[in-house]
Design a protein around this ligand. Structure first.
Ligand code: ATP
Ligand code: MG
Length: 333
């Protein structure tokens, strides 16, 4: 069976974008893959996190992932800091990746903002750690949203250079699994920006924990243009906000955008938004309720994560030890 690895940062409350672009696909992959899903707390501290909040968000992320349908018994769910192999391999990859490669990463430019000199060094080498996350397990399938495509290409470049530099075929190439519909959910306030859990504006996103009133209010206030909805997909061209809402409706309802526009084309946004909010509440409400139930027992969540970390370390430890041997580090006698 192919091994799948994917991660999510506990840098906020998971959003509808994380759900449609990543977690929902993680659930589906469990049927015919060996899956490792990781709450990547090392990645989260590349930007400042309050320690108490980070702990809470790590548990909340794990609870949401389980509530969405990940089975931590059959598959492996863990927190990144629980498996030292990630940081060990990341250091080697820091020495394999070239500065020129990192300079091309658009996420660094987006996240560092205007004052790049003030960004953490960790944020800059983030893609090397992400490559280590995946290669530490020799995983070949990585389900992510469209925004991570560039990082996965870099992870493949790193594998290739490592293999070349040390004259081995050790790290395999990775295949990104980007599900086309809703691979990129956009901000509700700006159709050209992706929805992010770390966006300062709570109005820009639907959180997986939002109650029905909050969802209805956010959808109602979501930015749109003044035209009615088009009857065909081609009519969404140049209308980023309309395209985003139609895309979300299609992804949540399991229908094509064409079908959605056959129903709503020609109508104004008001009634479409009502239906969209109802659909969100129907799909996300049960997940939020289950997440709350799990969060009532934080110790139980910690036990699941540490048990997952022990199983993950058993896979990654020997692979990273072999990488260290190939590099020329001493082996324990
Ligand atoms: P942050 O703002 O802290 O970077 P994020 O919302 O971008 O948070 P990540 O933890 O960086 O979330 O990414 C987790 C997964 O969710 C990745 O697979 C990523 O591709 C996916 N993802 C993130 N945002 C979106 C989005 N708007 N649409 C689709 N997929 C997304
Ligand atoms: Mg992100």
């Amino acid at each position: 069976m192919q091994r799948v690895f994917s991660g999510i940062q506990p840098s906020g409350i998971p959003t509808l974008g994380n759900y449609l672009g990543a977690i929902r696909n993680w659930v589906a992959l469990q049927a015919d893959h060996d899956c490792l899903y990781c709450v990547v707390d090392l990645h989260a501290i590349t930007t400042w996190q309050d320690p108490a909040v980070l702990r809470q968000q790590t548990r909340e992320m794990a609870a949401t992932i389980i509530a969405c349908g990940i089975d931590p018994e059959t598959h492996i769910l863990f927190h990144q800091s629980g498996v030292p192999a990630h940081a060990r391999l990341a250091w080697i990859f820091n020495c394999v990746a070239r500065i020129g490669w990192l300079n091309r990463m658009t996420q660094f430019k987006d996240k560092a903002g205007k004052d790049r000199e003030a960004a953490s060094a960790g944020l800059y080498v983030y893609p090397n750690l992400m490559a280590a996350d995946i290669h530490a397990y020799h995983a070949t399938r990585v389900p992510v949203g469209d925004d991570q495509k560039q990082h996965l290409e870099l992870a493949n470049d790193i594998a290739q250079k490592f293999n070349h530099d040390y004259g081995v075929e050790f790290f395999p190439q990775i295949q990104p699994l980007i599900m086309p519909e809703a691979a990129r959910v956009m901000s509700l306030r700006d159709g050209t920006k992706k929805m992010s859990k770390s966006d300062p504006s709570d109005q820009s996103r639907i959180n997986m924990s939002d109650d029905s009133e909050t969802i209805a209010a956010k959808v109602k206030r979501a930015r749109t243009d003044a035209e009615p909805l088009p009857s065909e997909v081609a009519g969404l061209e140049g209308r980023a906000e309309a395209r985003n809402l139609v895309g979300i409706y299609a992804a949540l309802s399991g229908r094509s955008q064409t079908e959605v526009l056959t129903q709503f084309g020609g109508q104004g946004f008001a009634s479409f938004k009502n239906d969209l909010a109802d659909l969100m509440v129907e799909k996300l409400g049960p997940i939020a309720a289950e997440t709350r139930r799990l969060l009532a027992e934080p110790d139980h969540i910690d036990r699941i994560l540490f048990a997952g970390a022990a199983r993950a370390e058993a896979i990654a430890g020997p692979i990273v030890a072999e990488a260290e041997r190939l590099v020329g580090f001493l082996q324990r006698p």
